[in-house]
Structures are given as C-alpha cells and as structure tokens.
Design a protein around this ligand. Structure first.
Ligand SMILES: CSC[C@@H](O)[C@@H](O)C(=O)COP(=O)(O)O
Ligand SMILES: [Zn+2]
Length: 214
C-alpha cells in the first residue's frame, strides 16, 4: 500500500466521501446508476482527489466506498481499485483547474441519446431556457454542443478524444460516450448536480422532439 495520507487529508477525504455518498444516493434514486454503473469524484487539492471504488453499488455508498487517488489515477493509502474510468476524472481536474467535482451517470435518457446522436458526433442544444443552468450560459439564444465520443474500454483512447476536443478550442461542459452515459463537472457539488440534471432534462427533450417531429 502507498504511504498513509496525513490526518488533514484523511479528514478532507471523509468530508468528500460523505458529500459524494449523499449525491450518489439521490442520483441512484432517480434510476441513473443502474447495476453498479456510474462513478463520482471530488478534488481534494492540486494533487489528490476522492473517487468511488470500482464496482460498488452507487446507491449504497458509505465512507469505505470512496478512496484517495493522485492526479495520475494511482491509489493513495489504499489497496482498493479506483473506478475503471478514473482517467476521465483526473483528466477533467488537469484540464479544468476550476473543476472540483466530476459526476458520471448511466441514465436511460443519456444512454439512448448517446446512441441516437453518435453518428452526428454531438447533441446540439439550442433555444432551450434550461441551457442557462450551465455555468456561463446566460440566454436560450446560445448553442451548447455536447460531444458524443465512441465507447472504448481503453481509457487513454477516450482521454485523447476529449483532449482533442478541448485543444480545438471548442467549449466543453459535458460529454456523452456512445452507448454508455454522460460525464459532467463543475466548481462544486451544487453546480455539478445542476449541470447533470439540466443535461438529463435537455437530452430527454431532444429525444421527445425526434420522436414527435422526426
Ligand atoms: C457495471 S457496467 C458500468 C461500468 O463498466 C462503468 O462504465 C461504470 O460506470 C462503473 O465502473 P466503476 O469501475 O464501478 O467506476
Ligand atoms: Zn460508466
């Protein structure tokens, strides 16, 4: 096991774990984390984050289901295996210094939308009042693109696609993975929850539009 973290980090880890477990329980109650899917994390400082241990039931998380990692995804002070998708979390913390929380869920709406829009490479949100729930958006008269990346079990491949999107200069607040789910982030839990709930709603609206006005 790697070095035991100092007491101050252990205290912060426990605090983050409580916040993550509370949020996860609520998201699971919405039905967005079926069959142990989804993963959640919070930044602790520039070098460390708290993240869900791989394979745990996200609706029943306690402090023991959250572990410490460094920003390369390596376990710190634990023999447990962090989320299989840890690399996607640490990438957000590296690329967006203002981000302190990452939420990834597998709702039915997110999953269906990811399949339906995969061929277009993105979901274009335009004209919806709820776009204003995304940090920095002040009007429905804006365009909010949510990219859809191909699914893969190779996290470095996904990370490279996310990096390419960011490096092209296009804004990124969230992304879908084809047949998989959504990733979004924010400055704190409240903002990240707001992003996730708004995007779930907006994806549902886009699906309804395709259904009703194909
Ligand atoms: C149970 S299938 C879903 C997983 O493959 C994965 O996509 C996921 O979201 C949860 O993985 P985890 O390793 O528990 O963080
Ligand atoms: Zn997943």
């Amino acid at each position: 096991m790697s070095k035991t973290p100092p007491p101050v980090v252990a205290t912060l880890l426990a605090e983050r774990a409580d916040t993550l477990a509370d949020a996860a329980r609520e998201l699971a109650a919405f039905g967005w984390t079926p069959a142990t899917s989804s993963n959640f994390s919070m930044r602790i400082d520039d070098d460390l984050a708290a993240i869900t241990i791989s394979g745990r039931d996200k609706g029943r998380l306690g402090r023991d289901d959250i572990m410490l990692i460094d920003m390369h995804g390596k376990a710190v002070g634990s023999d447990h295996r962090p989320s299989a998708e840890t690399g996607l979390h640490t990438q957000v913390y590296r690329r967006f210094p203002e981000a302190n929380v990452v939420l990834h869920t597998h709702s039915r709406t997110q999953s269906v939308a990811s399949r339906l829009f995969a061929s277009e490479g993105r979901v274009r949100l335009e004209g919806w009042e709820l776009q204003k729930a995304i940090a920095g958006y002040t009007t429905h008269e804006s365009v909010l693109d949510i990219p859809v990346f191909p699914n893969t079990q190779q996290m470095p491949e996904l990370e490279a696609r996310v990096d390419a999107w960011i490096d092209s200069g296009k804004p990124l607040y969230a992304y879908l993975i084809d047949g998989h789910g959504i990733y979004t982030w924010g400055r704190d839990m409240a903002e990240t929850r707001r992003h996730l709930e708004a995007l779930e709603f907006l994806l549902g609206c886009e699906l309804d539009l395709r259904r009703l006005a194909p």
